[in-house]
Design a protein. Sequence first.
Length: 331
Amino acid sequence: MKRLLLGVCCVLALLSSCVNQPQKIVLQGLAQGSYYAITYFDELNRNFQHEIDSIFHAVDMSVNLWVDSSVISKVNRNEEVTLDFIFIDNFRIAQKAARLSDGYFDPTISPIVAAWGFSYKSGDSITPQLIDSLKQLVNYQKIRIENGKVVKENPNMKLDFNAIAQGYTSDLIASFLESRGIKNYLVDTGGEIMARGSKPNGQPWIVGIEKPAKNWDSEQVVQTRITLRDKGLVTSGSTRKYVERNGRRYSHCIDPKTGYPVEHNVLSATVMAENSVWADALASICMVMGMEKSLPLIENMDGVEVYYIFVNDQNELETFATEGFQKLIID
């Protein structure tokens, strides 16, 4: 009888250890005009696909310019609309980024982005006169939220949160996972990444940084790989998002101060920050300002690191990483 009880106890112990082993869950698909890939470990082996689909839908209905009935679309048309927390969060973060960068990041740039053809419009015939007129609508200091309403000094001003919306989505999904007790995950929404914890063996997450592409449809090639733990990571680049006009290629990174796409030697900037949305905003700032102007800004911020890929005077690819970022590079 003692041997039987001992055997039963061993079996129960084995079953218990198996049940408590964290299970790897991988969710992949398309959303927000791009891909998403979410990996997490859960002892209860739960699949949160439905809940995550709901998060994507909620973000789309709030800040997606391509959704005609979204909150931001109605705000841009000056219609009566109740501002939800997603819109208010994005507005607040965008204004913070604008103040930090002295307007190199500006959420009111939507009319110029649309004119160049990087938005829901096909683009206009660009002339200096058109750009000068649209620049009058770009000024983050002339728009605010007051008593639950967006107040514009000029009713023709329009908002665009595309530079931070995917990073915000990654953070929103990360917050949901944590609310369900998930402590180890990697959320990737179109390249806007939020990582927490590690793999079950204690190893950190490993993330690849893409080598600048020749064209929008070029095969992805990894430039370098880094370890990532408890941080957001976002790469902003100019080699896949562009328009061609009269045989010339223009970057999607537009300087709000000039109204024209930037023309500097930085091809991509990868920023690591406390969360994905802030990394998203800072990566955009780096791409608009260029390395010379943005590097001192980044170096003065606690917990933020950056990795630039640029073209040197010999037209060769070169990289520069802050000290903290260099320590994360594994190849």
